[in-house]
Design a protein. Structure first.
Length: 647
């Protein structure tokens, strides 16, 4: 029997009549049915109406067939030139990414179900073929579940968004602040395409789309955070920030950020999280919220390079920018909250953004522009992302964060930091040190490299039972000193005034701890005087106006005085003059002021380390010479010492 004959003899399902289907009421499937009889309408069985086959575009059909044939060729190991190169890299940058990496795409169960059989090119007559599309599935979820955005920000409040926005003049001022202070350090938005939308929105507040409105509030928040003044528009800065953070929360609820796949919504959420500063919000509270943002990004497949194959070049590039900005910020918050499972790991393959200016990118472009060989406005983020890409594949980083992934790390004996440092220093020769962004890039990168090398040092040597020679320890101290010098440059330079909001997020804690421990262990050496001088300079820039009752000051005063006590004991025994470093003098004066002590005892040979500094030996409840760092709640400490200045 032929196929056509078998189809003609196949019994048909009794379907609801056409009128009941249109009215979406239950049909008893008798003809005429009860509903049509009651309405006095002509009852037409749906089975008598020929099924409308979906129009199939010739181009789509041709591409599907080509894709199937290419799959068969690949399956049988036959070499061919594919129509689409999913693994093709974008144009190479001067700091090119590796081109040998394969792009992997996790399979979709729903797409697998919708695949036509290889045995036939004809469209299946089954009414279920291709009907379980992603859009239908997501629409079903939306109808089945109400919005649950209150899980993150509490219940929705009825607010007048038009009145919640700043005035038109204030909007443009905050936008300008964002362009000067925030955008160069994040590059999460595209100025040429976003600015016209903001101008239009400012003139017509009633008709702003929900994602754009959330994005605007996110911009207000990070712009306010980046300013160093204590008031803005005649309102205290903290009060203004709380107002716009609340507006941003409500706008994010309004655009359904937890369920949305809109890139502007996720960008708004990211900017909101950046505005939650460690000096006012516990990083342990920010970290899980960042985890939500990362999970939303993963649901949107921002982490998966294969997902970009069908996207417009502009959208794909903006997704890469947002993913890398999110990953970099998440890694820092995880460090501050002592949470090891950072997303900065080798389990995803999203490529780094291109070395291009914003005006090189246009929504209507058909292909990505070629990466520039010269410096661009994306210099800062690209160098950070390049270093982050190197670190996430490094053995020492994974040893601290995800030891189970060390098997896929690069050569454990060569992290690539030395070659990266040489290459980036060569690139810095093209920079203008009088340019704020160039200055910020140079010194922030040097500090980050020094920190990475210090972490690598401890990964290799901290667990060794053999004695470490002084030369090896001096190498570690040199990394710590480089961190402090770079940080002092960043904090004290007028060029970075608009960028301090990010500098304050990277307090050089590992450097202080390494130097203090080494000075206490080895009070003499070729780097001792240099260490006290560098620490004094950084301490003066970071701590001068800090409240002496601050927990972070108490910790560092204890570390500093413990180290100085060891040095002073050696000087007394050797009858050497004792030149009190500025950092020690200031720390003692502050502790004296807080305790009410008028005189400080002088260390004498034979005294115990705790008694050598009198009332300061036990002000944290333990002897000065025995600082147990594991007993300190590092994540609860305000790691922005500049908060004493207001922000």
């Amino acid at each position: 029997m032929s196929t056509s004959e078998s189809r003609s003899t196949r019994p048909q399902r009794v379907l609801a009549c056409t009128l009941c289907q249109q009215r979406k009421v239950k049909c008893d499937r008798t003809f005429p049915c009860a509903n049509c009889t009651k309405a006095g309408a002509h009852c037409v069985p749906a089975a008598l109406v020929p099924r409308q086959r979906r129009p199939r575009f010739p181009e789509r059909e041709l591409l599907d067939r080509l894709g199937k044939y290419e799959g068969l060729l690949q399956k049988h190991g036959i070499k061919f030139e594919p129509l689409h190169q999913l693994t093709k890299d974008p144009p190479k940058e001067s700091d090119s990414q590796e081109t040998s990496e394969t792009v992997y795409d996790a399979r979709s169960f729903w797409q697998a179900m919708a695949q036509p059989s290889e045995a036939s090119d004809e469209e299946s007559e089954s009414p279920f073929h291709n009907d379980v599309s992603e859009s239908l599935r997501l629409n079903a979820w939306d109808q089945a579940h109400e919005s649950n955005d209150q899980l993150l920000f509490g219940p929705r409040r009825e607010i007048d968004f038009q009145a919640a926005h700043p005035s038109q003049v204030q909007i443009f001022k905050l936008w300008q602040v964002y362009l000067e202070n925030v955008d160069p350090l994040l590059k999460a938005t595209h100025t040429p395409s976003l600015q016209p939308l903001i101008i239009e929105a400012a003139s017509d507040m009633k008709n702003i789309s929900a994602p754009l409105e959330a994005l605007m509030f996110g911009i207000y928040c990070v712009s306010i955070v980046s300013l160093d003044s204590n008031s803005l528009f005649g309102v205290p800065k903290k009060e203004l920030l709380r107002t716009y953070q609340f507006g941003c929360q409500q706008a994010l609820i309004n655009c359904g950020v937890l369920r949305s796949t809109n890139l502007d919504s996720l960008t708004a959420f990211f900017l909101y999280l950046v505005s939650l500063r460690p000096d006012s919000i516990d990083p342990r509270a920010v970290s899980p919220m960042l985890g939500v943002a990362v999970r939303i990004a993963q649901r949107m497949r921002l982490h998966n390079e294969a997902s970009y194959a069908g996207l417009a070049p502009f959208e794909a590039e903006m997704r890469r920018r947002l993913w890398w900005a999110l990953v970099t910020f998440d890694n820092r918050i995880c460090e501050l909250s002592d949470f090891k499972a950072s997303i900065l790991n080798p389990t995803w393959d999203c490529k780094r953004p291109l070395n291009v200016n914003d005006f090189d990118l246009r929504r209507e472009m058909k292909s990505l522009p070629t990466s520039h060989n010269q410096l661009t406005e994306a210099l800062f983020v690209l160098v950070r992302y390049e270093l982050g890409d190197l670190i996430r594949h490094s053995h020492f980083h994974l040893n601290y964060t995800s030891p189970s992934l060390k098997a896929i790390a690069k050569d454990p004996q060569d992290s690539g930091l030395v070659s990266f440092e040489n290459a980036v220093e060569e690139r810095f020769r093209l920079c203008n040190p009088e340019n704020p962004l160039h200055f910020m890039t140079i010194w922030m990168t040097r500090a980050a490299i020094a920190k990475a090398r210090l972490m690598e040092y401890y990964d290799r040597h901290a667990t060794l039972s053999t004695h470490q020679p002084d030369e090896q320890r001096d190498t570690a101290i040199s990394y710590a000193l480089d961190m402090l010098r770079s940080d002092t440059k960043l904090v004290t330079s007028p060029l970075t005034k608009g960028y301090l909001w990010l500098v304050h997020l990277y307090f050089p804690l590992p450097a202080y701890m390494n130097i203090a421990q080494e000075l206490a262990r080895r009070p003499t050496g070729k780097l001792v005087q240099q260490a006290w001088s560098v620490m004094s300079d950084n301490y003066e820039s970071r701590f001068t106006d800090l409240d002496h009752e601050s927990p972070i000051f108490a910790i560092f005063a204890k570390l500093t005085l413990q180290a100085w006590e060891s040095c002073e004991m050696v000087r007394i025994k050797s009858n050497l003059p004792s030149d009190l470093p500025w950092i020690v003098r200031n720390a003692k004066q502050r502790l004296q002021k807080s305790s009410g002590t008028q005189e400080l005892p002088v260390a004498k040979p034979g005294q115990t380390s705790g008694a050598a500094i009198g009332p300061y030996s036990d002000f944290l409840g333990q002897p000065m010479a025995d600082v147990d760092m594991d007993q300190l709640d590092w994540a609860a400490i305000d790691w922005n010492p500049m908060s004493g200045q207001g922000w």
